[in-house]
Design a protein around this ligand. Structure first.
Ligand SMILES: NC(=O)c1ccc[n+]([C@@H]2O[C@H](COP(=O)([O-])OP(=O)(O)OC[C@H]3O[C@@H](n4cnc5c(N)ncnc54)[C@H](OP(=O)(O)O)[C@@H]3O)[C@@H](O)[C@H]2O)c1
Length: 228
């Protein structure tokens, strides 16, 4: 049997890139999607070139681009085993912060973009009895003051449960990863006492490496020093 295939949105940086590296080390072929094609290409080179890792430019807020990623992945690799809807970004903790345009882009990326990834991958995941993984957040488990970002991640928590129920009895597993503070370009400046992207990637690999009858529904992982 050919090596399984792991698709990641938001693969150009942070948690997505760290997961790509760990999945490659575990024997997966990769489909790397994000808007920064140059960064995806250098990651694909690092992971063995296009036979092993396919870099595909994609804005997750555009349905046609998400459809095209899945079609190209199936044309090139023939199957999809894990779909990781991870692309997203944050915002200010105030309803008076950020611009309305920032809000629009954040909601479209963090909510609509995740829904589009589910829609684009669900049929092919049914065929492989594959695994859908969503990046939520600790902010999707408890509201943060003034945070529309937190509301987008509550939506991801809900989408994970909604997808799990729709896919019940299909063999497809659904996992929501809920990281606490993680030191990635998500933040404008490096953060201390935080998780590393590799820490989050390990939890994802734990979920996807379980036996077929075990579905890890949610993993909430904070740095030891994070109170909220
Ligand atoms: N860092 C944290 O503390 C933390 C905690 C909890 C949850 N999270 C979540 O973890 C996920 C990954 O974030 P990160 O921390 O790894 O930050 P990051 O390093 O900034 O990565 C964000 C990724 O999302 C991609 N992206 C953003 N908008 C996109 C769009 N419209 N279309 C396609 N790709 C898009 C970016 O790539 P391009 O710019 O190249 O498109 C990048 O690859 C996000 O969903 C974030 O909300 C982060």
């Amino acid at each position: 049997m050919s090596d399984p295939v792991f698709l990641i949105t938001g693969a150009s940086s942070g948690i997505g890139a760290a997961t790509a590296r760990q999945a490659a080390a575990a024997g997966y072929r990769l489909v790397l999607a994000a808007r920064s094609l140059d960064r995806l290409r250098s990651l694909a080179d690092e992971l063995g070139g296009e036979e092993r890792a396919l870099p595909l430019e994609c804005d997750v807020t555009e349905w046609e681009q998400q459809e095209a990623v899945v079609k190209t992945a199936l044309d090139r690799f023939g199957r999809l085993d894990v779909a990781f809807a991870n692309a997203g970004f944050g915002g200010a903790r105030s309803f008076l912060g950020d611009t309305p345009e920032h809000w629009r882009e954040m909601v479209l990326t963090n909510v609509y973009g995740v829904a589009l990834t589910i829609r684009a991958t669900i049929e092919t995941l049914r065929e492989t009895r594959g695994h859908l993984v969503l990046t939520g957040s600790v902010a999707g488990r408890r509201a943060l003051p003034g945070s529309l970002y937190s509301a987008t991640k509550w939506s991801v928590t809900a989408m994970g449960e909604a997808a799990r129920q729709e896919l019940n009895d299909t063999g497809v597993r659904v996992t929501v990863i809920e990281p606490g503070m993680t030191d990635t370009p998500f933040f404008d400046n490096p953060v201390s006492d935080a998780l590393e992207p590799d820490d989050v990637a390990r939890t994802i690999m734990f979920a996807v490496s379980q036996p077929a009858h075990v579905d890890i529904n949610e993993i909430l992982v904070r740095p030891t020093a994070q109170a909220n």
